[in-house]
Design a protein around this ligand. Structure first.
Ligand code: IPD
Ligand code: CA
Ligand code: CA
Length: 269
């Protein structure tokens, strides 16, 4: 039997995650392609009023269902220490730039972590009504169906994906990496949502996903999704990826190994 605690109303953690994701997802969808009030958080980094509203809705559900758990969330509780105890890690909308310009590639990202390790994760894409979820030791799923990471043998046979993040220098390193790899691959995709990029890597739509400057709420469900789907998620050094990792490579086992052999050199640091 799982030692993941049930909620105050007797629900499982994954059911609570689904309730949060459906609530936030429906709200965000109702505002999608409407006019947005946009705040600029940093260079190229924006937030809409809907991001904050979604986050508050999720927090209200969690306060009811898991009043003793901590919350680490992008817009209103980004300083919480998630390294000990039970912590919900939330990105109310991952892919805000896509959301704000009307691109249908964004998601609600929710994970429950124990001592910094994700044990329940859900990445929910409301536009396509696709929920990628995993529970530690129980596999990864898209809806009802089990998912598997890519079985492609190497970078050459793979489609790689990445995002540039909000640090100009590190974004430029990502672009340099693409230049090094191209044309020895089947293609690149810049998703605009690291969370969905990882979910797509977990189900083999993408073979490998790479980022150099990420935050816990972008990746907490994805780490679990990729691993439970039989894939590999590591830091550039090869150390296991954690929610505190900044630079990572995640995807199918063999393409990950080939990428690490060929491209995880010093110029990526
Ligand atoms: C961002 C997206 C983007 C990634 C950034 C993230 P946001 O999250 O996941 O793909 O490159 O590093 O911060 O701002 O849309 O929640
Ligand atoms: Ca994000
Ligand atoms: Ca976000």
């Amino acid at each position: 039997m799982s030692d993941i605690p049930v909620s105050a109303s007797g629900a499982t953690a994954i059911d609570v995650a689904w309730r949060c994701a459906r609530e936030a997802g429906a709200h965000a969808l109702s505002r999608f392609r409407g006019g947005h009030v946009i705040d600029v958080k940093g260079h190229r980094n924006i937030v809409t009023e809907t991001d904050v509203e979604c986050e508050l809705r999720v927090k209200a559900i969690l306060a009811e269902e898991y009043p003793d758990h901590k919350i680490l969330s992008e817009e209103t509780a980004s300083d919480t220490d998630a390294s000990s105890g039970w912590t919900w890690v939330i990105d109310p909308i991952d892919g805000t730039k896509n959301y704000a310009i009307g691109m249908p590639f964004w998601c609600v990202n929710i994970a429950l972590c124990r001592d910094g390790e994700p044990v329940v994760g859900l990445t929910y894409d409301p536009v396509h009504d696709e929920g990628f979820w995993a529970i530690a030791g129980q596999g990864a799923f898209l809806g009802e169906s089990p998912i598997r990471a890519s079985s492609k043998p190497n970078v050459f046979s793979s489609v790689l994906s990445l995002d540039l993040g909000y640090d100009d220098g590190l974004g430029a390193k990502q672009l340099a990496l693409l230049t090094r790899i191209f044309p020895q691959t089947q293609g690149f995709r810049i998703t605009g949502s690291a969370a969905l990029g990882l979910a797509y890597a977990a189900c083999g739509r993408l073979d490998l996903y790479v980022h150099l400057n990420i935050s816990p709420w972008d990746i907490a469900p994805g780490i679990l999704l990729v691993r439970e789907a039989g894939g590999v998620a590591t830091e550039r050094s090869g150390a296991p990826m954690r929610i505190s990792s900044k630079k990572f490579v995640a995807g199918g086992r063999d393409v990950h190994a080939d990428f690490m052999d060929r491209y995880a050199g010093d110029d990526w640091a």
